[in-house]
Design a protein around this ligand. Structure first.
Ligand code: SF4
Length: 331
């Protein structure tokens, strides 16, 4: 710090202001730190253009001790550094672009499912899906699973998560499936073998009971702080943007537990609904347009698939978390 006139954040560390508290997101190390709003204001208004001495005088020299302590604290955390040449460190470009027509998908399969699963999976793969969750609520054997996942062999898909309801399965039953492709992981829920993990945690048993219409879980532990997520969430709804979900009856939806459907895969091609303005609308709504979320410091780190309801000056979520940004409290 000695003789250095300025303090600035590293370009991968981005401050986000909430109603009562702010955070700085470290998009490279996938972490964040909480800071008071007054520090957010100082950092975003002054640090790039003014020396520390000038910043203190702009704050009437009333915050000198706090400014020194916080700048040192952020330096120790490796969120920022002291320098004489702040202009050598321009801000990061944070635009979001994706060439894929679908980024994520959830499909559900139960005893009631009549649609052709290979056909639906092939359509989704063809549209470039990057992450897919296949939630299976009926008893299934390894051969059937291998038939589905073999469709991904030549695909651009990066992550294939399979959720199975436990029917007294054991770890050996799915070894071939996991050996088949390293992009696959299996989570077996509603199980007696809670938190049993096998094959480098590619197969996990959990006691939690997942239902097709299960409500979302929000918690600090689930926040995501990385460049791709941040860039997308600045302008779009990460939970619903370029997402296509098929429920166990074949209805095409923005998310599995939404009421509204856009047709059935029995008589509608998935690519057809990707031009439907109503289907696309909610994916374009970022958290800055959503009541309560717009005042939350976690709004660019929070993944929510909730349905949205249009209100006079924006949107509100159907399912909210229990965080209160006005009191900075989890209730
Ligand atoms: S749902 Fe909204 S208010 Fe709750 S944590 Fe996410 S962004 Fe914040």
């Amino acid at each position: 710090m000695k003789n250095k006139t300025h303090f600035i954040l590293y370009s991968n560390c981005i401050p986000v202001k909430g109603f009562s508290e702010s955070i700085i997101m470290d998009l490279q190390r996938e972490n964040y730190v909480e800071i008071p709003n007054v520090l957010f204001d100082i950092i975003t208004k002054y640090t790039q253009n003014y020396s520390i001495k000038k910043i203190k005088s702009l704050c009437s020299n009333e915050l000198n001790e706090g400014i020194d302590l916080y700048f040192k604290y952020l330096e120790e955390l490796d969120y920022g550094f002291f320098t004489n040449e702040p202009n050598l460190f321009p801000n990061l470009r944070l635009d979001f672009h994706s060439p894929f027509k679908i980024l994520s998908s959830v499909i559900c399969i139960s005893d009631d499912t009549d649609y052709s699963i290979p056909d639906v999976l092939s359509q989704i793969i063809e549209l470039g899906v990057q992450t897919i969750q296949i939630r299976i609520f009926k008893k299934i054997n390894e051969g059937e699973l291998l038939e589905f996942i073999s469709l991904f062999k030549e695909s651009r898909t990066k992550i294939v998560e399979i959720f199975l309801k436990d029917f007294d399965y054991n770890e050996i039953q799915f070894k071939k499936v996991l050996d088949f492709d390293s992009r696959i992981s299996i989570l077996i829920h509603s199980s007696d073998k809670h938190n049993h993990k096998f094959f480098d945690s590619k197969l996990i048993f959990l006691k939690e009971n997942l239902k097709e219409n299960s409500k979302e879980i929000y918690s600090k532990e689930l926040f995501i702080s990385n460049i791709a997520f941040f860039c997308e969430s600045k302008s779009l709804n990460v939970g619903l943007n370029k997402k296509v979900c098929i429920d166990s009856n074949g209805f095409i939806k923005n998310y599995i537990n939404h009421e509204l459907s856009f047709g059935n895969v029995e008589n509608t091609l998935i690519s057809e609904i990707l031009n439907n303005d109503l289907f696309l609308e909610k994916g374009n709504v970022n958290n800055d347009q959503v009541e309560k979320c717009k005042d939350c410091q976690y709004r660019y780190a929070c993944l929510s698939n909730s349905d949205l309801i249009k209100i006079e000056d924006g949107y509100r979520k159907l399912d909210y978390c229990n965080f209160n940004p006005y009191e900075n409290l989890w209730e």
